[in-house]
Design a protein around this ligand. Structure first.
Ligand SMILES: Cc1cc2nc3c(=O)[nH]c(=O)nc-3n(C[C@H](O)[C@H](O)[C@H](O)COP(=O)(O)OP(=O)(O)OC[C@H]3O[C@@H](n4cnc5c(N)ncnc54)[C@H](O)[C@@H]3O)c2cc1C
Length: 446
């Protein structure tokens, strides 16, 4: 099949990898407007469920992604510099640029033609393509150019900015700082060696009151450094997005009544977005990518059938994820309603943003504020993490070096024939509903 993919983000690259692994005969071209290495944002968090999925689909890129990721083993909530509240539970984070580099190399090795600095503004060049994949993000140009997807975009109320910092966090930290204009908070976590991610969010009236709208981006960053001085501990904030200063944005929730029209199909953020406080957009784009590749593999005789099947598989779980993301976003939009309580109770309210916690969960949350309880919990989680890593075939001691020998032939997908073990990503979907109340790991944030 001749496949044109617009966008070179994680969804596009992982689709190309997955499609090539299933049928090496596909002719796939990716068109990305930016140059290699230019991207927005910093670290992307994910959990074991994504690693399980990646290892089954393509152990080679999975190993490299895991090797480029950092592990964080605790979440901390700090309200107005009061006593810190803790949630146990671990996750991983990988720098977005490193992730794109790994996926782009893998796609190129499989024979995908990636063309950078190629902005698509007209779909007529793809007249001879069997399938056109719009993987060009939340503001998808493909969606606009082709039309007919029934797109709705709803803007979130809070401004946010996606920054980096040279302060190295080893936990996931939510710090809510009081200012004369209201609360400003960060979602901070390690991303790669020496750099952490620092997303700042506040209510619109706080943003207006602090004067961010009239400040230069440089002054805005210096103001944030002052507000978060104790959290940054002398570290600096780094503002960069595609080589320019990062901007304050409002989250845009994108929904589409149809995910495909004719032979044009949407995936990832072009098809749907989920608020960043559930930390799932990249994972969902990757699952779309696998399912689209699988649907094309299963229905090579009929592209419309394949696209229908893909949408059918993905829509229901996506509806659930978007509903969860809306609840999470709404909680942060009204975070000031919960500041009348102490830090531990505030953290419990945050954990319950997907729905009320049963009484026993409150008791567990209170117990987890005691260091010995957290230590025991961490031992348990470490054991579980090793068990899961072993189960999926992850090297346990150190990540495989670049020059490591290839895995045995049986593990290497035959790149010249369709895979004999078709596999669907959504087999692991139910566990992905986020929110502390729904999770055994007590995850509160992303
Ligand atoms: C603050 C923040 C934090 C986040 N944190 C996480 C997280 O921790 N975990 C997680 O899983 N997700 C996270 N996400 C979500 C995640 O970033 C997205 O869901 C994910 O990047 C979607 O991947 P994608 O490939 O669909 O689109 P994108 O990553 O947006 O890629 C689209 C690509 O298309 C290119 N493009 C656009 N238009 C054109 C055009 N006309 N021609 C050619 N190329 C074009 C763009 O340059 C871009 O490279 C976060 C999002 C935000 C905003």
């Amino acid at each position: 099949m001749k496949i044109a993919v617009v966008g070179g983000g994680p969804g596009a690259l992982y689709f190309a990898i997955s499609a090539k692994l299933r049928d090496a005969g596909h002719e796939i071209t990716i068109l990305e407007r930016d140059q290699p290495g230019a991207t927005y944002g910093w670290g992307v968090v994910y959990w074991d469920d994504l690693l399980d999925t990646l290892y089954v689909n393509d152990s080679e890129s999975a190993r490299k992604l895991r090797a480029a990721s950092v592990l964080w083993q605790q979440q901390e909530v700090r309200l107005r510099r009061e006593r810190t509240a803790y949630y146990p539970g671990y996750g991983y984070s990988v720098g977005r640029a490193a992730m794109l580099d790994i996926l782009a190399r893998r796609a190129s090795d499989l024979g995908v033609d990636i063309r950078y600095r190629h902005e698509v503004d007209d779909l007529s060049a793809f007249a001879d393509a069997d399938v056109v994949v719009g993987a060009d993000g939340a503001s998808s140009r493909v969606r606009q150019l082709h039309g007919g997807f029934g797109t709705t975009t709803t803007s979130g109320a809070n401004p946010y900015i996606w920054l980096g910092t040279d302060k190295v966090f080893d936990s996931f930290v939510f710090a809510f700082q009081e200012t004369p204009a209201g609360l400003v908070w960060c979602h901070a976590y390690p991303s790669s060696s020496g750099i952490s991610t620092f997303i700042v969010e506040c209510q619109q009236r706080t943003w207006d009151g602090l004067g961010f709208g009239t400040m230069s981006s440089e002054d805005g960053v210096r103001t944030l450094e002052k507000i978060f001085a104790d959290v940054l501990g002398g570290g600096s904030l780094i503002s960069e997005s595609r080589g320019r200063p990062a901007r304050w944005l409002h989250f845009a929730e994108v929904r589409n009544a149809h995910w495909y029209q004719d032979n044009v199909v949407l995936l990832g953020d072009a098809a749907h977005t989920t608020h960043f406080t559930i930390g799932s957009g990249t994972r969902l784009a990757i699952i779309d990518a696998i399912d689209l590749a699988q649907a094309l593999y299963e229905h090579p005789e009929s592209v419309p059938l394949a696209l229908r099947e893909y949408e059918k598989q993905r829509r229901r779980p996506m509806n659930r994820s978007q509903a969860a993301a809306r609840s999470s976003m709404a909680w942060y939009e009204h975070a000031d309603r919960y500041t009348d309580r102490d830090g531990v109770a505030f953290a419990a309210a945050m954990a319950a943003r997907q729905g009320p916690l049963p009484p026993w969960r409150h008791q567990v949350h209170n117990a987890e504020q005691l260091a010995p309880v957290r230590t025991v919990h961490r031992w348990y989680e470490t054991g579980r993490r090793f068990y899961l890593a072993r189960k999926r075939g992850e090297p346990l001691r150190s990540p495989a070096p670049r020059s490591a020998p290839e895995p045995p032939a049986a593990e290497v997908p035959d790149q010249h024939a369709r895979t004999t073990t078709p596999w669907r990503a959504q087999s692991a979907e139910p566990e992905r509903l986020v929110g502390a109340s729904a999770r055994r790991d007590g995850r509160a944030g992303k």
